[in-house]
Design a protein around this ligand. Sequence first.
Ligand code: AMP
Length: 635
Amino acid sequence: MRSYSDFYRRSVDDSEAFWAEQARLIDWQTPPEQILDASRPPFARWFVGGTTNLCHNAIDRHLDARGDQPALICVSTETGLERSYSFRELHAEVQRTAASLLALGVKRGDRVLIYMPMIAEATFAMLACARIGAVHCVVFGGFASGSLASRIEDAEPTVIVSADAGSRGGKVLAYKPLLDEAIRLSKHKPAAVLLADRGLAAMDLVAGRDHLMRDLATQHRDALVPCAWLESTEISYTIYTSGTTGKPKGVQRDTGGYAVALAASMPHIFDARAGETYFCTSDIGWVVGHSYIVYGPLIAGMATILYEGLPTQGLDRQPDGGIWWQLVEKYKVTVMFSAPTAVRVLKKQDPALLKKYDLSSLRALFLAGEPLDEPTGRWIGEGLGVPIIDNYWQTESGWPIITIANGVEKKPGKLGSPGVPMYGWRVKILDESTGEELTTPNEKGVVVIEGPTPPGFMQTIWRDDARFVNTYWKTVPGKMVYSTFDWGIRDADGYFFILGRTDDVINVAGHRLGTREIEEAISGHGNVAEVAVVGVADALKGQVAVAFVVPRNADGVDGAGALALEGQIMQRVAEQLGALARPARVHFVTGLPKTRSGKLLRRAIQAVCEGRDAGDLTTIDDPATLQRIRQLLRP
Ligand code: AMP
């Protein structure tokens, strides 16, 4: 076995030679002329002059060796549908969808917004975009009209691909009315809407605009759509994520760098091999879904499981809460990827379920998206008897920044730590106010990344280079480094520990939300004068959103009145942003703690909510506001 520290050193000391080698893991139509162009920091352009295609690498290049092996395995315990597509079948389906998009006028570089549940058609649409060089923008199906509208406006898609409905725990959620409302709200209107009809909810089709996927796929049944050879630096997709302002950021990714980063991560990090099955329980609406449900496993020649349903006992089709393990047994899953919240949900069930199925194929379970608490890590590790590998990354990074490179060296993990910096990532801990690097073990600072950033990292914010530079690269005094906006420490052995966000972003069940977005939705209510939303620690979801509202008209905002207003506010957030953003509680107050310059002291409120010391309050304008919140929360 190789030494990981040598592997890592080479990736940063001789990074062009290192990545030139990794680039051989994918097919290029034209090989790159220059491995890295870092002449305009902080922008890094990888594999310049090379041309390639993500869809070719995910499907076409496997046709000769494994055309009849499974590529996409779709399982829905919501509808009872279970279907496996071989690489050859996937190839045909993707070409049908690609031909449909072309027929609707989509051209190379055009955006296609995908708002879909976890069904095969969502994957066909993503791969079809990649095939023809269209930029896909997948929006998580749990978002409601308001969030969707702002994303449509920003992406300006030519076509939107959606479906009649999603389903969760047997509850049908109609997507089409949400989409129609979002299109109505958006200044930009798509030329066409392509819809998968699952027969779950009736749809009113808009004549001339709306088309059924099934009809177009039939028309293009035998379509042969060649892959467009894209420049390595051409955009493959954008994915929206939350920041400190209410306006979501379109994280933009390239083609060649992303393909190489994923191809390299499969053997090095996941120790995964062609012909095996990968099961990632995320959603295609998140970056983890893009990288490790769709592209990563397929690029590696693996079958990937797309699972729609809850992990727990629910419908008749899920007689017990062992559905994940049942799938591991049935499809001989070797690598599994999930999130701590999902495991915490499972923890409430009978532990015997972990022993009920044959899990001998499974080599490791990777968890990401939020801090992995030690009891959860220990519980699942002991239950499954395989290594549990925490990995730390972000929508911006595209693939793990800190974890254990299991395929390079099986270094032991440490509970509570995601591990060590991955090859290509120059991770440092800096003092927030001086910008000095903290080299003494266990000193807390901001986790930053020094450029040039490795392949797969975001190129920029869609149509906003200035925002990319100003948001991420100019926060530490005197240094141009990428801020992760996470606090962290490194111990004496070089293992990192992530200690939470430095900004106003919260993490609810692994979903990243900006408190500003929630505040904006709430402040639109007629009886809200001011609002502060903070993330508060929660045993199950990691964090939940809690809102503090100053009503415009305080009369009647006690007892039943308060309950009614709380209900209206919660409903408003669910309608505009989606249920996952709905605050767990709304408290009514007469004033909010602010600095003398008027800046909301969210962190002080959060500390009070969590029973911690509120820190330095010398800048607070009216200390009584915080005192009243403290009294309000007293049991
Ligand atoms: P997202 O962009 O939605 O993936 O959210 C990224 C954020 O989630 C990071 O900046 C961290 O705050 C948090 N995060 C992701 N993975 C981990 C992890 N393994 N441990 C601790 N925090 C994590």
